[in-house]
Unconditional design. Structure first.
Length: 266
């Protein structure tokens, strides 16, 4: 089947949901699999308290019998910019907390949100989830020089600690049963994005599984930027670091002087 009817249905779904379609296509099996995002740009302001991202798509050329048996599963994830991070282990020595050891991860996602049709352990094999880097527990935190995933440090105590910390901060989250088919071919998922959503280029990826086997992937880009006064301050600090530092010191001195005048005792 030509992908044009699928593209048309994706546009209809976007119109129905009040969204702007941005289709992407990656076909590995016989099925046609496409996704779009509710927006391709999120602006961060001083009162930003998090938001939701709607991912919608089309599954075409599916086996009707397998579809009725619910043998198709979809996983949708938004992966934030990958950045280096160092995890340190502290130990109490003579009443003081001191760094004992540390481990560096060179490509840890700064944020991660996932939605799936059902729990990942029921959806596919552990080795396949690790290979695809799906789910918080199997999220790869390192990449090799040639771009290949480095699996070895993925399950040690430092990786576990990093995932636990970012989950408690709301930067990593995942929900199951939150990808739903709204018709025979159209599906919809909602991802909850945190208030501390990092700026930069994010990648939305959708994975299609048939009877537990991965068969197709589709992806889109999402850009997160600072807007308003925050954008001005960030840009000024980047362009004129020295002036920004001097201004910050002067503001601190001025604030301290005003506070002293206001609260001094006669």
């Amino acid at each position: 089947m030509s992908p044009r009817p699928a593209l048309a249905r994706l546009a209809v779904a976007a119109a129905f949901l009040g969204l702007a379609p941005q289709p992407a296509l990656a076909q590995i099996g016989e099925e046609t699999f496409e996704i779009g995002l509710s927006t391709d740009r999120i602006g961060i302001t001083s009162d930003f308290a998090g938001t939701r991202l709607v991912v919608f798509g089309v599954l075409d050329d599916a086996d009707e019998k397998l579809r009725q048996q619910q043998r198709y599963d979809i996983v949708v994830a938004l992966v934030g910019p990958r950045r280096p991070v160092v995890v340190r282990e502290k130990e109490r020595v003579l009443g003081l907390w001191m760094n004992r050891s540390s481990e560096r991860f060179n490509a840890a996602p700064s944020s991660y949100a996932l939605a799936a049709t059902r729990p990942l352990r029921d959806l596919s094999r552990p080795d396949l989830r690790l290979q695809l880097s799906i789910g918080i527990d199997d999220l790869l935190l390192n990449t090799g020089a040639a771009g290949a995933a480095s699996v070895a440090p993925n399950r040690d105590e430092y990786a576990t600690a990093l995932r636990r910390i970012r989950t408690s901060q709301g930067l990593y989250n995942q929900t199951f049963g939150t990808v739903e088919f709204i018709s025979r071919t159209l599906f919809r998922a909602e991802l909850q994005l945190p208030a501390d959503l990092p700026v930069g280029s994010h990648t939305a990826r959708a994975y299609l599984f048939r009877s537990g086997e991965f068969i197709a992937e589709s992806s889109e880009r999402l850009t997160v930027v600072k807007t308003g006064f925050e954008s001005f301050v960030s840009d000024f600090a980047t362009r004129y670091g020295t002036l920004y530092g001097l201004f910050a010191v002067a503001l601190a001195v001025f604030t301290g002087w005003i506070g002293r005048l206001m609260f001094k005792r006669d």
